[in-house]
Design a protein. Structure first.
Length: 301
């Protein structure tokens, strides 16, 4: 079998994640080669995510490289992947999920002084932070983990919120002041998951990735992504979702948060593990029925 070309962003975290995929494949005797693809999110590193189109800006160039045949597999942080993939592609495999939690860096939640500037580029994190600490000030931040940590050290921010899984993969867990409990900070759909996207018709890549796929993580991810699609929402909106498998069922916690943090709508939905998308869709319907439509930046059809 020819070496699989693994498309990746050029950041240190993206490369670490791609290395993890390569090691998993090598353990099954499958060769792979990394191919760096520069995305819009990388080129416009100083702009707000919301201004340049949300988290999907980290994904579309990889998807295009996939469809153009320049890579065989696109390696993603699943939380960056919009609910709708480009036609002709599919998520074929996931690695075992990492830590789903968010980390507060530079302080603890209780120890943040009133008025503290907390750096985050996520509406979900900002809204839940305000729900827990309405006296602090979420402040937009861009850049990779090292860039954000330098800005914190320079005094531009009093604290940061970063994904615990990313810190772990970079070997930087020591910077976390607190790992935030999920009842305080429900993660983004897909957080902690490395997702592997292929062309629908690429049987060779699909067969190779099946050797390293982790079905429980995949089932949880499909429920969470169905939640996003059911809300008509991208991943830059104040929606949290976390699915877990218990006794043959998928149990999904979902939360919609007003951007001010003043209102939170939460639901729990469950169903058979072999039909996770129905679980996610039902959770979305219940959130909408309870008023979540008002929290989304664009109307849901």
């Amino acid at each position: 079998m020819a070496s699989l070309r693994l498309g990746t962003r050029g950041s240190a975290l993206a490369r670490r994640q791609t290395d993890a995929v390569a090691r998993a494949l090598a353990g099954r005797g499958i060769e792979s080669t990394p191919v760096v693809v520069r995305t819009q999110g990388d080129r416009d590193a100083g702009a707000s995510l919301l201004a340049i189109g949300g988290q999907g800006v980290f994904v579309r160039r990889l998807e295009e490289a996939l469809l153009e045949g320049r890579i065989d597999v696109a390696v993603h942080s699943a939380k960056d992947v919009p609910g709708e993939l480009l036609p002709g592609t599919a998520i074929a495999a996931t690695l075992p999920r990492g830590d789903v939690r968010d980390a507060l860096v530079g302080a603890t939640l209780a120890g943040l002084p009133s008025g503290a500037r907390v750096g985050t580029g996520s509406r979900r994190r900002a809204a839940q932070l305000l729900a827990a600490r309405p006296d602090v000030a979420p402040a937009d931040i861009r850049g990779n983990v090292d860039t954000r940590l330098r800005k914190l050290s320079a005094g531009d921010y009093d604290a940061l919120i970063l994904a615990a899984a990313g810190l772990e993969r970079l070997g930087r867990t020591e910077v976390a002041g607190e790992l935030l409990a999920i009842d305080v900070m429900l993660p983004a759909p897909g957080q902690g998951v490395i997702a592997l996207q292929i062309r629908d018709d690429d049987a060779r890549a699909r067969d190779a990735l099946s050797a390293i796929d982790h079905p429980p993580t995949g089932a949880a991810l499909h429920a969470e992504r169905a939640l996003l699609r059911g809300l008509g929402a991208g991943c830059a909106v104040p929606i949290g979702g976390l699915a877990r498998l218990r006794a043959g069922e998928v149990v999904l916690l979902a939360r919609a948060i007003e951007v001010t943090g003043e209102r939170v709508i939460a639901v729990q939905e469950s169903g058979p593990a072999d039909d996770p998308e129905t679980v996610g869709r039902r959770a979305a319907e219940r959130l909408l029925a309870r008023g979540a439509r008002e929290f989304l930046p664009e109307p849901v059809p």
